[in-house]
Design a protein around this ligand. Sequence first.
Ligand SMILES: NC(=O)c1ccc[n+]([C@@H]2O[C@H](COP(=O)([O-])OP(=O)(O)OC[C@H]3O[C@@H](n4cnc5c(N)ncnc54)[C@H](OP(=O)(O)O)[C@@H]3O)[C@@H](O)[C@H]2O)c1
Ligand SMILES: [Zn+2]
Ligand SMILES: [Zn+2]
Length: 347
Amino acid sequence: MRTTVGWQAAGPATPLLRAPLERRDLRPDDLAVRVDYCGVCHSDLHAIRAHDGAERPPLVPGHEFTGTVTEAGAEVTGFSVGDRVAVGNIVDSCGECAMCRAGQENFCHTFPTLTYGGVDRRDGSTTLGGYSREYVVRDRFAYPLPAGLDPAAAAPLLCAGITVWEPLHTLEVGPGSRVAVAGLGGLGHLAVKLAVALGAETTVISRSPDKADDARRLGARALIVSTDEQRMAEARDRFDVVIDTISAPHDLGPYLRLVALDGTLSHLGHLGPVTVDAMDLLVGRKRLSSAGSGGRPATAAMLDFCAATGVAAEIELLPSAQVNEALDRLERNDVRYRFVLDMSDLD
Ligand SMILES: NC(=O)c1ccc[n+]([C@@H]2O[C@H](COP(=O)([O-])OP(=O)(O)OC[C@H]3O[C@@H](n4cnc5c(N)ncnc54)[C@H](OP(=O)(O)O)[C@@H]3O)[C@@H](O)[C@H]2O)c1
Ligand SMILES: [Zn+2]
Ligand SMILES: [Zn+2]
């Protein structure tokens, strides 16, 4: 075992505490990565709030990070010491099922190994995430960070970015598409940037009228306040794709009613049971879909697209010691638009 240091949850409410962590010794196909920057995803907050402290294995969040290879296993050929890499929220999969063979490791039939709170396939240990100075990862699930992408602003692409990219891409969003993005947070602002970069006419649906200027600066045509019933009614049937990134349970009806004939509501935000009135699907032959994370080919393609088009997250960079402040502010919707932790203060 090798040791590093990171930020660990002691329970659902208490602050994360700095703690020594163990990482496995390198397997032949492993990389040791010095974590340089790690994004703070709302899923981290959900995981911390659901964690009951002593009863469970330790929780170290963090599943969108960039870093530098410090050591490579004996059989690694694609990476060298010093390479910049990016790691998302999947660190392994079976590699054999139909989903893995199709390059959709995110939907692996045996469930992909998550970057934190997952179970390592070979030693059964609980994975500990990227709020730490070092991560040991199977080489297949590390991505070369394209030159030209800022390593701090690129970190959120690995969860927030890929999660919105896969549906935008598979729903063939491009020039002429009309896209609405509900919830202008970490996922939402990247959905706007990516949809705009793909050529779509893009609108934000938000409960926060004070985000209107930002929405336009990000490339959206307009921001519709979700509580403005008249504007919501005027926008009925208007969007080919609605990307829903809202982090709390909510009624899907108002968002389905924005979807155009044969269009799709892609429900990506708060995951859990939803109730849908079938009439909201029937009228307009609308589709309800969901997605999460991305397969290896799509993740690499998303990074290349972002490097080519200059898409990256708008971040507030904080020393990792301010992780608790970042989480508290994220909970209060006080983030424009993604916190990224600079892990260098852990040395
Ligand atoms: N499918 C996946 O694989 C996947 C991956 C990553 C994250 N997620 C989930 O996606 C959600 C968003 O994550 P994020 O990191 O983007 O979070 P975030 O930065 O906090 O953004 C969420 C946005 O949702 C809106 N919102 C929050 N609470 C709301 C409420 N009660 N009613 C209406 N709107 C509300 C806010 O936008 P406005 O102020 O504009 O209204 C907020 O900025 C989380 O639930 C997260 O767990 C899913
Ligand atoms: Zn995430
Ligand atoms: Zn599989």
